[in-house]
Design a protein around this ligand. Sequence first.
Ligand SMILES: [Zn+2]
Length: 130
Amino acid sequence: MSTTERKYPAPAVNPEIKPFFDAAAEGKLALKRCAACGQSHHYPRAICPFCASDRTEWTMASGRGTIYSYSVMRRAAPPYVIAYVTLEEGVSMMTNLVDCDFDALRIGQPVRVLWTPTDGGPPVPMFTPV
Ligand SMILES: [Zn+2]
């Protein structure tokens, strides 16, 4: 079963996260990394959530990761899958799993980013099994 018929609202873009969605419009997955402690984080923040430094910088993620956890929303119309995906860069992000057989999903399964259009806004990152 697929979620391609599901409609997604445009994300609310503010100045702190605008570079994320500018990169998204080019099909790139941007992450924030802290120059002080070296850790990456998501969602993007100006202040590092680990050490409170303001020396955060944008980096580009590979777009590859693995399923950390997921739940199939079978009673929704149409059904969809909400998930946490852990990226190769070590960051976990809440997302949807799309274009896949929901019954074949497994924790730890490799996935890759798949940009999903929104209603009048930039695309949002979702993931599909590789
Ligand atoms: Zn830091």
